[in-house]
Design a protein around this ligand. Sequence first.
Ligand SMILES: O=c1[nH]cc([C@@H]2O[C@H](COP(=O)(O)O)[C@@H](O)[C@H]2O)c(=O)[nH]1
Length: 342
Amino acid sequence: MAAPVPLPRPVTHLLFDMDGLLLDTERLYSAVFEDICGRYGKKYSWDVKSLVMGKKALEAAQLIRDTLQLPMSAEELVEVSQAKLKEVFPTAALMPDGLVLLKSPGRLLSLHTSHASHRHGNGSPLQHPCLQNPHGQAGCSPWSRRESDTTERLTQTSFILTMQLCLQPGLELLSPAWAGGFVTPEARGKSTCTVLWRRLLQSRVLGGVEKLIRHLRKHDVPCAVATSSGTASFQLKTSRHQDFFGLFHHVVLGDDPEVRSGKPEPDIFLTCARRFSPAPPANKCLVFEDAPNGVEAALAAGMQVVMVPDGNLKPDLTSKATLVLGSLQDFQPELFGLPPYD
Ligand SMILES: O=c1[nH]cc([C@@H]2O[C@H](COP(=O)(O)O)[C@@H](O)[C@H]2O)c(=O)[nH]1
């Protein structure tokens, strides 16, 4: 019989990864590497991507080059990819919630699709008193639907029925990324999209990422960012989000001299924890990650880790996380002894 999975333990300090967790940049990396690899008839699949996510740029390029046998050096791959990434990094948006937007003539409806299941890395649902929902199901928080600023609670079944009802002719499904603030160049030109976008911004409640960080800040919970991104990439990616990143106590970057080895080694999280004053012990730190390399790094540092994996990631790559969530918006701080939302 498998050993029982321990419940989350209380923590005092939170350490956040950036790409694919706070910022919706993984699809930018995918588009750029798919394009470069495609030129040589190679596929930048999620199997390859899962190996490189969270690594420093040169190590990542080396791995991609070796795995796909690209006819160029790792340094050349860094140069070619960085040239393209620099163009798109300034468009980086905060991570969208599990939102799907449905557009019908004259009306915008958004549905939260994140099923908010809380599970252990091994796949078993987390049984915790904090997770009892109004329908009495442990391990599954309610589905919600937002129409303008009214919030209704829906069960999973009624959500699916609503989706079916909505997806009739005349209704258009907009990409989740659109909800996160990233408007594609094609969409930008269309007046209907612009009007809908403006309406969405007006009626918008804070996205899960921002809501969580502002909540923690309000309650003086020390938070920091630990990202493998180098200084130049970080500045481009965060250029539109300086207020948001200003909420963190500090940021540790991949080219920091104290970060000798990248994820999956623990250096970046240990360095990040040391820079709080006073520095917390590792077992009082909770890391948030989307990448398997990041989860390994957090565990190697002796920290607990909440994983918010991309849906394309193979389920077995989430197995080591303390807790796995569908979206950061589903995080319940009280599970780790932190102040609950008001
Ligand atoms: O498809 C990819 N995703 C992510 C990376 C690497 O992962 C890092 C993301 O760092 P983090 O998750 O620690 O924010 C990027 O800087 C980049 O080097 C990559 O090369 N290719």
